[in-house]
Design a binder for this molecule. Structure first.
Ligand SMILES: [Zn+2]
Ligand SMILES: [Zn+2]
Length: 383
């Protein structure tokens, strides 16, 4: 028997629950819609019937061969309705609406100080395909294990097993299907501005890349009353949307003009206090360092090529006291930050729904393609 489904005292009990799932079986091939079996929740888990799931760049990277085990159910921006509750779970009941976020151990030094995005076990718990504490994957097909627990959820299936610790209860009056992206893309961009930079009113920021993360950063910077919010983005439709969402200036980095000069001018003449790279393009870090004012902060969010190195001199950052931070999940503690983002949204200050286009779950490959070709900023599949 496979160790994933047998031999652990923490394994799931057999299940009769069937779910429709999108499986990644081989890298760089479309997801396959198949039926799988989902185990009953263990003591600290919830069984969630999925309503909507966002598609994030990390799902695509993992589908294409980032080292996750396969076959796996990806997806990590899920929102749904609690269907069953583990024996030791308190504070959740069947019928509750939840947004799922990334997984964390809850007991390492960083988790204990409410920095779960830097959980010492982050990689294993979110990319390992199952829990690393000896538990089994909750997913299977005809007795064969299917890797699950991607980001603690594997939301590309009609049922998901999630620990209560990475499910955030939300009010039933909210449009649940649209809330999944709060669990990753939106909290990543908004969190960089609000949690990492703690942007001070009256300061200027430049954001590189106008995807869901970058545009969430734009909205958050406007909400925090930045003096200038500058988006550098080659896609003209995204630049136009950014202006509607609160950017004070947009710059096309490919139009042949001097991008550095344009950022400085848009920032008030001398430069900006904050620079956020959501692209992962190595040269952007150097550009950002150039336009930062003394004591400025550079945040790096985009996934870089595996062999990328910092392309600027340390001296150029040192002499200005630039702070450089690689940011995971917007430095968010989802249990406090997601409610904060929902409150901003209800106040009209974070209209993230404008980034979303919905697709039926059966069209998940088309939804992914719409993200890859840039035509949709944040696809959400509906179950
Ligand atoms: Zn931890
Ligand atoms: Zn993500």
């Amino acid at each position: 028997m496979n160790a994933l489904v047998d031999g652990s005292p923490l394994q799931h009990t057999a299940s009769a629950r069937r779910a429709r799932a999108a499986l990644a079986r081989r890298p760089q091939t479309p997801l396959l819609l198949e039926d799988i079996d989902v185990a009953e929740p263990r003591a600290d888990e919830l069984l969630v019937r999925m309503v909507g799931s966002g598609i994030c760049h990390t799902d695509i990277v993992c589908r294409d061969g980032f080292p996750v085990p396969m076959p796996i159910v990806l997806g990590h921006e899920g929102a749904g309705v609690v269907e069953a509750v583990g024996a030791a779970v308190t504070g959740y009941a069947p019928g509750d609406h939840v947004v799922m976020s990334f997984n964390s151990c809850g007991s390492c030094a960083n988790c204990e100080s409410h920095e779960p995005a830097y959980c010492h076990q982050f990689l294993g718990l979110n990319f390992g395909g199952a829990f690393q504490d000896g538990r089994a994957t909750p997913l299977s097909q005809n007795g064969e294990p299917i890797f699950g627990n991607f980001f603690g959820q594997s939301s590309f299936a009609s049922l998901a097993i999630v620990r209560a610790s990475n499910a955030v209860k939300v009010d039933k009056s909210l449009p649940l299907a649209m809330l999944g992206p709060l669990g990753c893309g939106i909290q990543t961009g908004a969190g960089a501005v609000m949690n990492t930079f703690k942007l001070k009113p009256g300061r200027a920021i430049v954001v590189f890349g106008g995807g869901a993360v970058g545009l969430s950063a734009v909205m958050a910077a406007k909400a925090l009353k930045a003096s200038a919010v500058i988006l550098v983005e080659p896609n003209s439709q995204r630049r136009a949307l950014a202006l509607e969402l609160g950017a004070t200036a947009t710059i096309d980095p490919l139009d042949g003009s001097d991008t550095l000069a344009a950022i400085r001018a848009a920032g008030g003449g001398t430069g900006v206090s904050y620079a956020l790279d959501t692209t992962g393009i190595p040269s952007v870090a150097a550009t950002a360092t150039e336009v930062l004012l003394p004591n400025g902060q550079l945040g790096l969010i985009g996934i870089p090529p595996p062999d990328a190195h910092f392309p600027m001199s340390i001296m150029s950052a040192y002499v200005k006291g630039i702070g450089i931070k690689c940011i995971v999940e917007g430095d968010s503690d989802p249990h406090t930050f997601i409610p904060q983002l929902i409150a901003l949204h209800q106040d009209g200050q974070l209209p993230f729904d404008r980034l979303i286009k919905t697709f039926p779950f059966e069209q998940i490959n088309e939804a992914i393609a719409s993200s890859e070709n840039g035509s949709v900023i944040k696809p959400v599949v509906l179950f």
